[in-house]
Structure formats: C-alpha cells, structure tokens
Design a protein around this ligand. Structure first.
Ligand SMILES: Cc1ncc(C[n+]2csc(CCOP(=O)(O)OP(=O)(O)O)c2C)c(N)n1
Ligand SMILES: [Mg+2]
Length: 803
C-alpha cells in the first residue's frame, strides 16, 4: 500500500482528472491533517504537534475509539468540501459508522466550526491538545458522532439507521444534499437493507437529494462483510435492483484516489443536478435512478500495516485501536510515533499549532461548512406548526356515554386540518406502516395523498408524487424517516398498531438518548417532539388475536429519562383531541398517545376534556357518589378499562347503594409518579387528595398492571392499590371476553371492590358466588353465539346515575 503521506509526484495522477496538481496536493494535505487529528484524539493527551519524540506520558492510559472507518470518512469529508465550494452546495453528512467520531471532530475543527461552537478548543497548540485530551475522556466528549459533534444529526452508535435518517432529512428540503455513508457491516442490518427503498418516496422536484456511499472497507469488528465478498457485478446488480445507478471508487493509493474520487463525484453530482433539472424544469415525473457510490478502500487506510507481525491495515484488526498495548510494548509506542509522523504535522500546522491558512482555505465558509449547516441543528429552522382549533372537531356530548364515536377517526379530522394548514410550508408529514386508514386516520390523505414515486395503477387510491402521508410496511423506515424529518426542523406524527411499535423499541431508545443529550447542549435548539399514536389496541383485536396484543411499549418508554417521555391514554375522542393538540405543539419530547379506533362511548365535553388533560387526572364527579369521604376509589386509565370501571360502579351501586365510590380517571400516566421522578408528577399531598390514605383503590389499567405499581410504589396509599391490566391472556375472541380472560372485566372489578372495602367483608362469599355465575353465563353465551351478551354489547352508563 502506498504511503499516504508521500509528496504527490505522479504526473499521470496529476493530469488525469479534474484536480490541478496544487489542488490535489492540498486535498491530500487536508486529508492528512484530518487523519492526524483523528489518531491524536484516540491516543494522545500531550505533545499534540509531536515536537518531541512520543513518550508514555503523552499517551492516554486508556485507548478508546475506532480508527478503521475513520480515514474513509475523512477522505469523503475533504471531497465534500471541494464540491460544496465549487458548486455552492447546501450539504450535510450522515455517518452510518458513527464510531468514526474522531474524523468528524477533526474535520469540523479544521473547518473552524468546532472552535466557533467550543471556543476553548482554540486554533493553536493548546486547542489541539484539548481536542485530543477531551476525546473519550471522562467529562470530555463521546467517541461517536454524538449530539455534541457539530454537523451531526445521527449518532450512529446503533447501526442501521443512517439511510432512513438521510431520506427523512431530504424530504421537503429541495435544496439540500444529504451525503450518507453506509458501513458495509451496517448494510447487513434489517433496517438498512430496507432503507434503500426510500428512493421510491423521494420526489426530485420537491425533495432534496440523498447520496448514499456504501463504505466497502471489507470488514466489521471481527469478520468480513457480506457485500465485500460477493462478486462486484452482483453487488452492482443489487444496487441496480434497488433502483440506483451504482458508481464505483476503488483503490488505496491516495495519489490516484483523489483524482478518481473527484472525477466520479463530479459525474455523480452532475447526475443529481440533471435529475433535479429534469423534474423541476422539464416536468419529468419518471422515478429516476439516483446515483450511489460503492467505495472500496482499505479499513484503517494509511494506518499501521503490520502490528506484532500480523496484518492490520485492510483487515478487521484495524477496526478499533490498532496499536493497543502502547504502555506494555515499547515497539508499539515507536510505531505510533512513526505512524503519526507519517502525516507530517509540521507541514500542516504552523509553529503555534494553527492549521495553515492555504489549507484551511480549502474548507467552505460560514453556513456552508457541514459543521455549521443549520439543517444539522434543526431547531434553528423550526417553524411552529399551524394547528387549527381542535375544539372545532369536538364530539358533542349529549349525556354521559350515550353517544359512540371512533376516537381516532375524530382525530383524523384534526390531523387533516393540520395537514392542510401546513401544506404551504411543507413541514408536516404523517407516517404509518400501511395502517393510516386502518387506524381511521385516512381523512389526512385527502388533499395531499400518500407519497409514491413507483408505478401506479387505476385501482390505486390517494397515491401522489407529492403526498405528505408516508406509508411503507416497515416500522423502521417510518421511525427513521420521521426522526430525520424532525431532526432537520420539521413536524410529524406516527400512527402504528400497538403491538408492532415494539419493532422500533431500539430506535426510540436512540432518539431518546439524542434528545436527553441535546437538552444539555445549549447550541442545539429544541426540535419538534416525536409523536406516536398507538391504535388497534390490545383490548380490541377482534380480527387478529394474540399476536396483535401487547401494550408493553408503555413499559419500554417508562425506562427513558423522565424529561423526555410523555404518555397519554385519553379515554375518549375529546380528550384525544386535547392531548394531540398539546403534543403537536411540544418540543423535544417523545409523546406516546394510546387511543382506540373502535366505536366507544364518549364521556367528556370538550371543555371538560381540556381541564381533565391539563391536570392529567381527575375525579369524575358525575360518576362518583363520594360525599362524606370515599370508601372506594375506582380508578381507570385507557378507554376500555374506563368503560369497565364505570360499568363496575353501576354494578356496585345495584348491590350496595350506599357505597361511597369515587371515580378517578388518569389520562397523563406520568402524573402518578412523584414530582421528584417526573415533571408531570403530582406532589404527594395532591395525590393523597385523589387517593386518600387508607381508602382501597381498584385500578383498571390499559397495559401491564405492574406499570401502575412501578409508578406509585412510593405513594402513601400504595399498599391499598390493586391493579388489573393485561396479563398476556389473549386470542381472537369477543371484546368483553378479552377483559374476562385478563380479569379486568366489570364483574371482576366489582368483586375486587367488595373484597377490599372493609365494611363489605360479610358480603364477600355471596359476591364470589355472583361473580362465578356471571362469568359462567358470559362464557356459555359467547361460546354459543360468537358475540357478547346483549347487556354487555348494549351497555350504557345509566343516565339517571349521573350525579
Ligand atoms: C445494531 C448494532 N449491532 C452491533 C453493533 C456493534 N458494532 C459496532 S461497529 C460494528 C462493525 C461495523 O462494521 P461496518 O458497518 O462495516 O463499519 P466500519 O467497517 O466502517 O467500521 C459492530 C458490529 C452496533 N454498533 N450496532
Ligand atoms: Mg466495514
């Protein structure tokens, strides 16, 4: 392999491409500088310019970071700089192998962004020392392309999401080019494998461009990659099959590689410009074959070729820290010294440690620098969403629970209005894995359509090349597109079946981490919240059954930092409207809304709904008779549990008319937590007002029952809290039988109440008898008739019991 640092003399290389000899030399010097600073970050805490031979005192005690991917990322950065300058491009750079963090830090430092954002990291020797020392250092900066890294919207620690983020960023950003490096290992992940199809949703007239670079360095941590070990033609055909026009850049000799890269990138960027021109000026509506690059370069390019007699460069051994026993092996220290000097720092930085002006000039200026591009700090560009008055869509309540509505369909009216109000600014999209209509939100498609650049047939409905509803049967893609869209300063809404949102558990972890960290970074401006609507809920899987029954996403989100997560279970349409309005206006949260799509009773007027959602929980006085002090609190959270709890109240009143019952409905789950744990948490004194100490609470909950215990275990009345919820019993059966199977039905709640109220002790035996007869009757009836008992099916809250 040719030494990267050799002065470039090859006349052939100089003449055979778009770069002048001077430009080529400068680009290579720039790349050397980025590589030098990358290696320095991994290894050094002192002697930043190698003014004296390296000693063990200069080297960090713990060597942390990843070298292997970094030189490739740096190589591309230098080339993007040239293209941005020459073509005045608005460009951001997404790094799939986010473990190449040192490279992005190095490049944003060289272009000046880093020092502007972090002034102590000066453009001199002290600054370089600080830059080196802080990397992977306690209270310093992380090793990945983290939120702390200027220009990043993608941490890349969990591999697989680079390309969806890139497309999400490009939607509705017609002037933006998103260069996206996909690791060849990353390309083996499920999310990444499907992400290539994003090109069927990208409109060259109204969206920006994504330039995928498959970084084919041949290896992962300890293995070769699949795509590097199939014939090149097969790989190209794979990319063609995905609808791209593949280009290849292959080699290891910097001298020729810069020229080759400049040549291929000029062609590819010309191609992007042609595609956009055809769509924007000539009205072409054909789905284009966007260019993509297969970059076949060595892993650990320009690093040590052999260590301890074993090959390192161009192998998986280059993945992390190639010389990792510096403190044990003097030979490793000598090799490190030699490796770093091979970049010739004395030719790159002046005696004060400042990057030489005629090299620094090579970077673009101002906001064109990728570290300063506002699209990578989306909050800077965020425009408030126009949200029409949600009260205009309210369900008229005539008597408690006397009218039914599909709550999510009512929400669909609001979302449609939001979509229409923001079509002009093009900053709102609704995402769903083929479930928008199934979740009763299809009205949102009217007037915009569902994005679709592939073939259409007469039978299709609502497909449109400019649609702002995004439907693809990949929860990963929906989530990733939405994240990319939000991170670049727009708004969105993701509706999904409750059980299958788990597919993106891991992605939402990463987004939550991003939000948590950015809250602590002053220069990162708040972005719009990530809003989920989960419908097709556990209790009403009439068509599907057990596979579709899982309310555990709530549990999953509860693990996240309280600052970031909000969970709402509106019991009816008006509360759903109020909650959604709030979520759409919020910033920097992950909002989870769990709401049913089946016809269900409507309880609250819109004014009551707003008040209820504002406190997060409330006593439903109209359903309570607790004057003189409650003897029992019947609590509920979620639409079906609310109905069962109210039905139990009616049954209890029939049996024990003088029982003083209070009904408490919880819409904001986090209100149950102590204030110390969550900003929405009620102070203990207030909590005790709702759930008085010593009074038994029967709590009917939408999800897994221990969620409620987990949230309330420190509350005074916790010992008296008895929760019913989903306990993993399910199948394709009637709606009420689902409740019975999980012991959350009205009969069970009634029996629970009788068992827990001390003065009713004498009635327990009779109540148990009554309970088993009721359940028996129910089971026989559903088994025989295939539907619920008429009194269950047609149940209504009795008007005369409204107080
Ligand atoms: C989803 C996921 N699985 C596993 C890992 C652990 N991991 C970190 S880097 C890496 C290899 C990545 O290889 P590649 O994408 O080819 O990157 P590069 O060769 O450029 O370093 C793996 C498996 C991870 N970060 N994310
Ligand atoms: Mg690789």
């Amino acid at each position: 392999m040719t030494n990267a640092t050799a002065e470039l003399t090859g006349t052939e290389a100089r003449s055979n491409g778009p770069l002048s000899p001077d430009e080529l030399n400068k680009m290579n010097a720039y790349w050397r500088a980025a590589n030098y600073l990358s290696v320095g970050q991994i290894y050094l805490k002192d002697n930043p310019l190698l003014e004296r031979p390296l000693t063990l005192d200069d080297v960090k005690p713990r060597l942390l970071g990843h070298w292997g991917t970094t030189p490739g990322l740096n190589f591309l950065y230098v080339h993007w700089n040239r293209l941005i300058r020459e073509r005045n491009l608005n460009m951001i750079y997404i790094i799939g192998p986010g473990h190449g963090g040192p490279g992005l830090v190095a490049n944003t430092y060289l272009e000046g962004s880093y020092t502007e954002i972090y002034p102590p990291v000066e453009q001199n020797k002290d600054g370089i020392k600080r830059l080196f020392r802080q990397f992977s250092w306690p209270y310093g900066i992380p090793s990945h392309v983290a939120p702390e890294t200027p220009g990043s919207i993608h941490e890349g620690g969990e591999l697989g999401y680079s390309l969806v983020h890139a497309y999400g960023a490009a939607f509705d950003n017609p002037d933006l080019i998103v260069a996206c490096v996909v690791g060849d290992g990353e390309a083996e992940t499920g999310p990444l494998a499907t992400s290539w199809h994003s090109n069927k949703f990208l409109n060259p007239a109204t969206d920006g461009a994504v330039l995928p670079i498959l970084h084919l360095n041949g290896y992962k941590i300890a293995n070769p990659t699949i795509l590097a070990r199939i014939p090149h033609a097969e790989l190209e055909n794979l990319m063609r099959g995905y609808g791209y026009e593949p280009f290849t850049l292959e080699g290891d000799d910097p001298e020729t590689m810069h020229q080759k890269a400049a040549t291929v990138f000029d062609t590819m960027f010309d191609r992007i410009a042609e595609i956009q021109k055809a769509a924007r000026e000539n009205g072409s509506t054909v789905r284009p074959a966007w260019p993509m690059l297969i970059m076949r370069t060595p892993k650990g390019w320009t690093g040590p070729k052999f260590v301890d007699g074993k090959p390192v460069e161009n192998t998986w051994r280059a993945h992390q820290v190639p010389l990792d026993q510096i403190h044990e092996k003097p030979e490793h220290l000598r090799q490190l010294d030699e490796w770093m000097r091979s970049y010739k720092p004395e030719e790159l930085f002046d005696e004060k440690g400042k990057f030489l002006d005629d090299l620094a000039e090579f970077a673009p200026k101002g906001r064109l620098r990728m570290g300063m591009n506002p699209h990578a700090n989306g909050g800077l560009l965020l425009q408030p969403l126009k949200v029409p008055n949600f009260r205009d869509f309210a369900v008229k309540i005539q008597g408690r629970g006397q009218t039914d509505a599909e709550s999510t369909r009512i929400l669909g009216h609001l979302l449609h209005a939001v979509m229409q109000a923001n079509l002009g600014t093009k900053n709102f999209r609704v995402f769903g894995p083929d479930e928008t209509a199934s979740n009763r939100l299809e009205e949102v498609e009217e007037g915009t359509g569902k994005a679709w650049m592939a073939e259409t047939l007469p039978v299709d409905e609502n497909l449109s090349q400019t649609g702002h509803v995004m439907e693809v049967l990949s929860e990963h893609m929906c989530q990733g597109w939405l994240e990319g869209y939000l991170l670049t300063g727009r708004h969105g809404f993701f509706s999904c079946y409750e059980a299958f949102i788990h597919i993106v558990d891991s992605m939402v972890n990463q987004h939550a981490k991003w939000l948590k960290t950015t809250r602590e970074i002053p220069w990162r401006k708040p972005i719009a919240s990530l809003n989920y609507l989960l419908s097709s809920l556990v209790w009403r899987q009439d068509h599907n059954g057990f596979s579709h029954q899982d309310p555990g996403f709530i549990d999953h989100l509860l693990n996240k930092k309280a600052d970031v997560v909000r969970i709402y279970l509106p019991p009816d349409a008006n509360t759903l409207l109020s909650v959604t309005d709030h979520c759409l206006r919020s910033r920097n949260y992950i909002n989870l809304i769990v709401a049913g799509k089946q016809p269900e009773p409507q309880w609250l007027t819109i004014d009551e709904a707003v008040a209820h959602c504002t406190t997060g929980l409330g006593i439903w006085q109209w359903a309570s008779n607790d004057e003189g002090g409650a003897e029992l609190v019947m609590a509920c959270c979620g639409d079906v549990p609310t109905m069962e709890a109210l039905a139990a109240v009616v049954l209890l009143r029939e049996r024990i008319p003088d029982l003083r019952i209070r009904v408490v409905n919880v819409v904001d789950l986090m209100a149950l937590q102590p204030t110390s744990e969550h900003p929405h948490g009620l102070p203990d004194e207030e909590f005790d007002q709702f759930f008085p100490v010593g009074v038994p609470v029967i709590f009917a909950f939408h999800g897994y029952p221990w969620v409620i215990h987990r949230l309330t275990y420190r509350r005074h009345n916790h010992d008296n809290l008895h929760v019913r919820g989903y306990k993993e019993e399910g199948t394709t059966t009637t709606p009420f039988d689902m409740c019975v199977l999980n012991n959350i039905d009205r009969f069970q709640l009634t029996l629970d109440a009788i068992k827990r109220v001390p003065r009713l002790k004498a009635q327990i035996g009779a109540a148990e008898q009554w309970y088993s007869e009721a359940i028996q009757r129910h089971k026989l009836y559903v088994a025989e008739n295939g539907e619920d008992l008429p009194e269950i099916r047609n149940w209504r809250w009795p008007a005369d019991q409204t107080s």
